[in-house]
Design a binder for this molecule. Structure first.
Ligand code: COA
Ligand code: AMP
Length: 632
């Protein structure tokens, strides 16, 4: 395949990054090749491919049509919730994208303007993203499961000219109207966009606000195709908000040049895919996996991508994954472990797999959360392919550690349970203790990446470069803080043990404790609270709220819990899976007032914990353990 042996590629990428990434950059088509490979921008941040001119949508679509692949299938929309399967060729997708780009231009959207996309897993969502890219507009996709206030926060931060949305999403058999959520968000938001374009779905017709809202079908039919607008390598392609440690999400910025080069490289070197192969990432376009591996990477590489509007179970059954793989001849499949935990629960022996021929599947990749040993063992027994755990984050946009199946010696790199394997070229990974000392074999610490981050990784936080520096670069100057803890074994295999900041991972969805605590604290009976992630068999982690009542307040615990659950669903979204809140007499804190969330989480999980030397009053831990029905 396209890569030399792993060690050679990796060491070259660290020792000679400019040469390594210049060669990778030659793999994509530029309108103008970059004048320099690695440089600094005005913020002082490392940036790749200065002076390069390109267009990401053109790379993903038009280029393949020009190369004679116009009739090949680019996108397969498989939607068990609506009973539809549709295929779009590169030519058809290019034409739809050009029209929507024209429609956006007609609404005054130009290069650099932002467009919010709040949509379910339908082809129009992919088309909308690529249409923005075609004209150099910056899209920000907001996951459809977010409630109105979360959407409003993102609207205010991105200040979009236009919002693109749909009348509804469909979760299992339930139709979820999106338009009332959008209307509420636009009511709350201060940065009100001029227009909202609504895709009316037959399952639910939304009412439109005259003068502001447009019907997607009418708008698309009236538009004329818009030409590709060349952009600079450093121009932003999209903003994707992710949970930080505070309540306010961070707008991760992705630029055009580095992103295209990194994703193109990853498709061959990490996922073993070439033009014409079928690639399926079973995520949601609202998350980074959806951005990178449902939309951009497979299409840039010229693969067929699968857009699946369904669940691993109950749409209609736990055989759904096997059906999609068999029916569309998927070569590489990428999913979060939580999806297979759901399958395993409903079909423990994978009996439904027998109905399908999945011999086409060559690689099964998992990421998004830790691959727990029972799920790994089950997968190993159930599928004939290697089960490849790989580790990455919204910030990097592609994987930091992975067993790379496209390198020449891939077969010699063993899979070690519990490890997402070795660092990918470009990531100079280190494990540091709290004082910045590098740790040795088996010693657990902060996982960091020495600058420069490779192409594709975030160069800034939208509108707040200080936050970028503070969140990622201040703890260890010159090293990017991943927020994950972990260690390496004697052969350099990396083990990721979970977040060491106040971020939790619920069914592959990243949530910040600060964000959830703001909601709980908003209840009139609550004086103070802590929300911590606790272990959950199905979803990896779920949030648990600990609540201190205001003096004199007298509420029934069950009633308060029910109100808090409802509040969380309406303020953040049902996907947060907030289902438990306990009233406690006090919260454990350090002497400087920081809530000891990690310790609370350990108590709740029933695992051993050390009493921190900085704790204000150790006796509180016993009270919390008693409230949770646990003891040290
Ligand atoms: N729009 C609206 N509501 C949504 C939603 C969406 N896009 N996604 C989830 N929800 C709702 C669900 O309907 C459910 O609501 P309910 O409490 O009223 O029943 C609630 O949020 C809980 O959702 P979730 O925890 O996701 O459970 P689920 O049963 O809907 O699905 C999985 C379980 C495993 C299929 C799902 O969590 C999943 O696919 N996770 C993988 C995530 C992922 O790919 N992450 C990317 C990293 S690789
Ligand atoms: P997100 O930015 O939403 O993709 O979440 C990124 C976080 O998910 C990481 O910082 C990790 O905590 C976790 N994560 C992702 N992939 C893995 C993996 N393979 N193993 C362990 N944790 C993972």
């Amino acid at each position: 395949m396209d890569s030399p042996p792993y060690a050679e590629a990796y060491h070259r990428s660290i020792a000679e990054p400019r040469t390594f990434w210049r060669e990778a950059a030659e793999g994509i088509d530029w309108f103008e090749f970059p004048t320099s490979i690695l440089d600094k921008d005005d913020n002082g941040a490392d940036r790749w491919f200065r002076g390069g001119r390109l267009n990401t949508a053109w790379l993903a679509l038009d280029r393949h049509v020009a190369a004679g692949r116009g009739d090949d299938v680019a996108l397969i929309y498989d939607s068990p919730v609506t009973g539809r399967i549709e295929k779009f060729t590169f030519r058809e997708l290019t034409s739809r994208v050009a029209h929507i780009a024209g429609g956006l231009r007609d609404l005054g959207v130009a290069k650099g303007d932002r467009v919010i996309i709040y949509m379910p897993m339908v082809p129009e969502t992919v088309i909308a993203m690529l249409a923005c890219a075609r004209i150099g507009a910056v899209h920000s996709v907001v996951f459809g499961g977010f409630a109105a206030p979360e959407l409003a926060v993102r609207i205010d931060d991105a200040t979009p000219k236009v919002v693109l949305s749909a009348s509804c999403g469909i979760e299992f058999q339930t139709v979820i109207p999106y338009k009332p959520l959008l209307d509420e968000a636009l009511e709350i938001a201060e940065a009100k966009p001029k227009h909202a374009v609504i895709l009316q779905r037959p399952q639910c017709e939304a009412s439109l606000v005259p003068g502001r809202d447009l019907d997607w079908a009418v708008w698309e039919a009236a538009s004329t195709p818009c030409d590709v607008v060349p952009v600079d390598s450093w121009d932003p392609l999209y903003i994707l908000y992710t949970s930080g440690t505070t309540g306010k999400p961070k707008g991760v910025v992705r630029d055009n040049g580095g992103h295209a080069v990194a994703l193109h490289y990853s498709m061959g070197a990490i996922y073993g895919c070439d033009a014409g192969d079928v690639y399926w990432a079973a995520s949601d376009v609202g998350w980074v996996v959806g951005h990178s591996y449902i939309v951009y990477a497979p299409l840039i590489k010229g693969c067929t991508t699968v857009l699946y509007e369904g669940k691993p179970v109950r749409t209609p059954d736990a055989g759904a994954i096997w059906r999609v793989i068999a029916e569309h001849r998927v070569k590489t499949f990428f999913v979060a472990p939580t999806a297979f935990r759901a399958v395993k629960k409903e079909d423990p022996d994978a009996a439904l797999k027998a109905d399908y021929d999945i011999s086409c599947l060559e690689y099964l990749f998992v990421a998004g959360e830790r691959l727990d040993p029972p799920t790994y063992e089950w997968l190993k027994q159930t599928v004939h392919t290697p089960v490849i755990d790989h580790w990455w984050q919204t910030e990097t946009g592609w994987s930091i550690c992975a067993k790379m199946v496209g390198v020449a010696d891939a077969a010699d790199i063993e899979t070690r349970p519990g490890s997402p394997s070795l660092p990918v070229p470009g990531y100079d990974l280190r494990i540091l203790d709290d004082d910045g000392r590098e740790l040795g074999v088996g010693e657990e610490g902060n996982v960091v990446v020495k600058a420069p981050l490779p192409p594709g990784a975030l160069p800034t936080v939208w509108g707040d470069h200080d936050r970028y520096l503070e969140a990622y670069w201040s703890q260890y100057p010159g090293y990017y803080l991943t927020g994950d803890g972990g260690y390496r074994d004697a052969d350099g295999f990396v083990y990721i043990m979970g977040r060491i900041d106040d971020v939790m991972n619920v069914a592959g969805h990243r949530l910040s404790t600060g964000e959830l605590e703001e909601v709980v604290a908003g209840h009139p009976a609550v004086a103070e609270c802590a929300v911590v992630g606790i272990a959950d068999e199905d979803r990896g982690q779920v949030p648990l709220g600990l609540v201190l009542l205001k003096d004199g307040v007298n509420v029934e615990a069950a009633a308060l819990e029910a109100e808090l659950i409802q509040l969380m669903r309406s303020q953040v979204g049902a996907f947060a899976n907030f289902k438990r809140a306990l009233i406690v007499p006090r919260l454990p804190k350090t002497r400087s007032g920081k809530i000891l969330r990690q310790v609370i989480g350990k108590i709740a999980d029933g695992v051993a914990y050390d009493v921190p030397s900085t704790i204000d009053d150790p006796a509180i831990l016993e009270e919390i353990a008693a409230a949770l029905g646990k003891s040290n």
